[in-house]
Design a protein around this ligand. Structure first.
Ligand code: NAP
Length: 222
């Protein structure tokens, strides 16, 4: 049985990924800061107190996973804070938070769990097309966009880093998804997004490591 670990698995897209990967026969470890009734209802292993910005919490997670081998790591935890140019100084803490969670989080989690990854495992970063330079046709959202373009670059470097171990890295955009992050606005529900993400995860191999794709199968521009 394959084992997957997902961050931010207590709600939104992470919760749906946990549900659907479990249905697909994965042994899922749901990492989160605090569990939820919906996550508890899945009856899977939940690892709480996992804050992707906190080195000690990631070390503790790695310790608790002693003996566990991962075939899939999904770096899903993320935050969106509205940030406008005319409030730059007032919003700087929100910019920093988005960098901590969205850009450094996946890198730190992957580093902390490196020794738990099987050779040939897959590493996924749930990024956003908001982090695409070419796709930025409307501006705004400075902090979020900057944090996601930074994680895209981190993903490419990770793809090089992990090549020797045959671990492909996929940068996946889930679509515009109705979750708390978007105030439940969006084009698709988390269940549809998660289904598409899992199809893309299945397709990810060493020939496509470092690719940036939409859950619907489109290749996205940088
Ligand atoms: N929804 C969209 O339209 C959309 C579009 C593009 C990309 N994305 C990306 O998809 C991913 C999931 O988003 P979502 O829509 O499911 O958002 P969501 O419903 O707001 O869920 C965000 C998840 O991230 C967790 N999280 C936030 N800060 C964390 C931290 N410091 N440590 C650990 N976990 C943390 C949250 O945990 P708590 O409950 O503890 O806060 C929650 O589980 C994010 O990376 C997001 O940027 C979403």
């Amino acid at each position: 049985m394959k084992t997957a670990l997902i961050t931010g698995a207590n709600r939104g897209i992470g919760l749906e990924l946990a549900r659907q990967l479990t249905d697909r026969g994965y042994n899922v470890i749901a990492a989160c800061r605090k569990s939820s009734p919906e996550l508890n209802a899945l009856g899977i292993r939940v690892e709480e107190a996992v804050d992707v910005t906190n080195a000690a919490s990631l070390r503790d997670l790695a310790d608790r996973l002693s003996g566990v081998r991962l075939d899939l790591l999904v770096n899903n935890a993320g935050v969106l804070r509205r940030s406008a140019f005319d409030r730059l100084e007032e919003d700087l803490d929100d910019y920093r938070l988005q960098f901590e969670v969205n850009s450094l989080g996946p890198l730190r989690v992957t580093r902390a769990l490196l020794n738990h990854l099987n050779d040939g495992a897959r590493v996924i970063i749930i990024t956003s097309r908001m982090g695409s330079m070419d796709d930025n046709t409307s501006g705004g959202h400075y902090g979020y966009r900057m944090s996601k373009v930074a994680v895209n670059m981190a993903g490419i470097s990770l793809a090089h880093e992990l090549k020797d171990r045959n671990i492909p890295v996929g940068l996946l955009h889930p679509g515009y998804v109705r979750t708390e992050m978007t105030g439940n606005e969006g084009f698709v529900d988390a269940s549809e997004a998660a289904a598409g993400l899992i199809e893309r995860i299945d397709e990810l191999g060493m020939d496509t490591t470092g690719s940036f794709r939409h859950a619907n199968g489109e290749n996205l521009p940088w």
